[in-house]
Design a protein around this ligand. Structure first.
Ligand SMILES: NC(=O)c1ccc[n+]([C@@H]2O[C@H](COP(=O)([O-])OP(=O)(O)OC[C@H]3O[C@@H](n4cnc5c(N)ncnc54)[C@H](O)[C@@H]3O)[C@@H](O)[C@H]2O)c1
Length: 300
């Protein structure tokens, strides 16, 4: 995309962290922004702060895990601004995969609700975003861009944060397919997949947005304990994490430069290479400590 002024960007997960930084970056380019998030109070506060900065912004409470909620977001966007040019499918959560005492939980013991919650938001959220917004954007026959937030955990491998990694690998694959399909159609729409390493956000406190229905059964921990289970991850991000604003600059550059892969942390290259070399050599990976997240690089 080359013209940003007056155009419309929709960002999910915009009440916090990276989503908020993306929306602000687009607003600074003169775009009208639609902030979507499940966390109502944080969303309202963010919209107020945007308005104080004289950005043109609306907030739409949205649960990306639900198709009808994402459809309502699109409808509200069109009703308010008449078009949509950038969509960031960014909302995401992480269920820890470790017990409150830090001991890792193997995949076969992780509650079904961890699977459902993480897949519903991180994977189905992107699916709903694509199925809802792409037909609208294609009909507009104008330039446009979709940015799907994956993670370095979608490029690397390891024993830790496995459910999260499953969703992020899926988002990478989905975005690559979109890239090929849009190129084959010579479309004006472009796509990017964002694969950040550790970024200083509230991701390790994802449990704050977990629905009650996904806390039932499985004799599973409370939302607070879920947060504790991601604590060591949070500490690692805190030590080496990037500021969301820096990621937002890279996302903006990638949209302008029509760049598919957006990687933020060079330290992850080794993990990507190692995985690919093992696959190409038909070689088993070296064992790693159980709790290791995607090769030990600061990774989200
Ligand atoms: N922080 C990191 O280190 C890191 C690294 C790589 C990828 N990511 C990814 O970046 C994206 C943004 O996360 P963040 O790090 O800014 O965390 P964050 O918790 O600060 O922001 C995530 C936002 O998503 C919202 N959200 C959660 N569930 C939702 C739902 N069902 N519907 C709508 N909104 C929902 C939350 O309310 C929150 O505002 C996520 O997809 C995450 O997986 C984060």
């Amino acid at each position: 995309m080359h013209d940003f002024n007056d155009r419309v960007a929709v960002v999910t997960g915009a009440a916090s962290g990276m989503g908020r930084a993306f929306a602000e970056r687009f607003a600074r380019e003169g775009m009208r922004v639609v902030l979507a998030d499940i966390e109502e109070d944080a969303l309202e506060a963010t919209v107020q702060q945007f308005k104080q900065q004289e950005f043109r912004a609306i907030g739409v409470v949205t649960d990306v895990a639900k198709a009808e909620s994402v459809e309502a977001l699109a409808q509200r966007t069109i009703d308010e601004y008449g078009a949509v040019h950038i969509v960031c499918n960014n909302a995401g959560v992480a269920a820890g995969g470790a017990r409150p005492d830090g001991q890792p939980v193997p995949l076969w013991e992780q509650p079904l609700s961890d699977w459902e919650w993480t897949l519903n938001v991180n994977l189905w959220g992107v699916v709903h975003g694509i199925r809802t917004f792409m037909p609208i954007m294609i009909d507009q026959d104008d330039e446009g861009h979709i940015v799907n937030t994956a993670s370095t955990a979608g490029l690397t491998t390891g024993p830790g944060l496995a459910i999260y990694g499953v969703t992020k690998h899926s988002v990478v694959r989905m975005t690559e397919a979109l890239y090929y399909q849009l190129e084959a159609l010579d479309s004006k729409l472009k796509v990017s997949v964002l694969c950040p390493g550790g970024v200083r956000t509230r991701i390790a406190a994802s449990g704050r947005n977990r629905h009650d229905e996904l806390l039932e059964g499985d004799a599973r921990p409370s939302a607070d304990e879920v947060d504790e289970r991601t604590q060591s991850w949070a500490e690692r991000i805190g030590e080496s994490g990037m500021d969301p604003e820096e990621v937002a600059d890279r996302v903006f550059d990638a949209v302008r430069d029509e760049q598919l892969y957006i990687l933020t942390h060079d330290s992850v290259d080794e993990g990507i290479r190692e995985r690919m070399e093992n696959i190409l050599a038909r070689r088993n990976p070296e064992p790693r400590p159980f709790g290791d997240v995607a090769g030990g690089a600061a990774c989200g």
